[in-house]
Design a protein around this ligand. Structure first.
Ligand code: SF4
Length: 277
């Protein structure tokens, strides 16, 4: 099988930093808890858990004296305040681009704009960012538009992993909704955009596309959606274990890309095995 690998693909700087922070703090022998899986990749999370990282769903479950690791998705101001109140050590892995989005919505809110975030309301990054602008509204699709009725000054940003096309489409709908003023700030991460463009280039040259990454990874799911929309058979897999021969039956050229939370070793293993098919 001829295999074309998208470039760039896999780990972004934000995820790389969060994983490094976790490894460094565990090496210090500290008891470290991450609030939710550190990244949306079960293989990486499992490796870190073997090194001692504990995963919890609530700050209340972190014992006194332990360290709490904030994921690249960031957290609400309330979590930082509570950690400080309990004198817990905070290892802040918030990606600088997520921090930028948090700062922007806070500024927009302080300036009197009704903040809108285009993205998935259930994603931890979006939930965290919304907490910096009380009353913020999340726009996931067209059916959310009635929520902005009556607001005259709107400040709109995107979940960092949104596609530029989806963000632009939603901004167009908001602008034509009849409000007096709309301020748009592009908060889409270029790492995400660059991975999407590289994947689209690869889809033009292949008969089947494999997108590697965790099931819960928003940016991986988006990559898979974009590739499939080009009309190429696309499979979103977490690892080589999920590969089935029937995916490549009758095909000779395959493409591979990976979401921002997929480590190089998982991509290399997949590509090596696929080339031998
Ligand atoms: S995808 Fe972009 S915003 Fe998200 S963690 Fe990576 S670098 Fe940061």
């Amino acid at each position: 099988m001829k295999v074309i690998v998208a470039e760039p693909r896999g780990f972004c700087t934000g995820v790389k930093r969060a994983v490094q922070l976790a490894e460094q703090s565990l090496q210090r022998g500290k008891s470290v808890y991450s609030l939710g899986p550190l990244i949306h990749n079960p293989q990486v999370v499992e490796r870190l858990q073997k090194q001692g990282l504990k995963v919890t769903d609530s700050l209340a479950k972190v014992p006194d004296g332990a360290a709490v690791l904030i994921r690249s998705h960031g957290e609400s101001p309330g979590i930082f305040r509570e950690a400080q109140r309990r004198s817990l050590e905070v290892i802040d892995g918030t990606c600088v681009l997520v921090r930028r989005a948090q700062n922007i919505v806070k500024q927009l809110h302080d300036q009197g704009y009704q903040v809108l975030i285009v993205g998935d309301p259930n994603h931890p990054e979006v939930r965290g960012v919304m907490a910096y602008a009380p009353g913020a509204i999340c726009l996931n699709d067209k059916s959310d538009l009635p929520k902005i009725a009556g607001h005259r000054r709107l400040g709109i940003i995107a979940q960092t992993t949104s596609s530029l096309t989806a963000f632009g489409w939603m901004v167009g709908l908001v602008v034509s909704s009849g409000c007096a003023e709309v301020k748009v700030v592009d908060t889409i991460c270029q790492a995400t955009h660059a991975r999407q463009q590289a994947a689209l280039e690869v889809t033009k040259q292949v008969q089947v596309m494999f997108v590697l990454g965790g099931r819960q990874s928003a940016n991986t799911a988006r990559l898979a959606e974009l590739c499939a929309a080009q009309g190429v058979s696309t499979y979103h897999l977490e690892s080589w274990l999920q590969f089935r021969r029937e995916y490549i039956r009758g095909k000779t050229v395959a493409g591979v890309t990976a979401g921002a939370s997929t480590p190089d070793w998982a991509i290399e293993e997949f590509v090596r095995n696929l080339r031998q098919e």
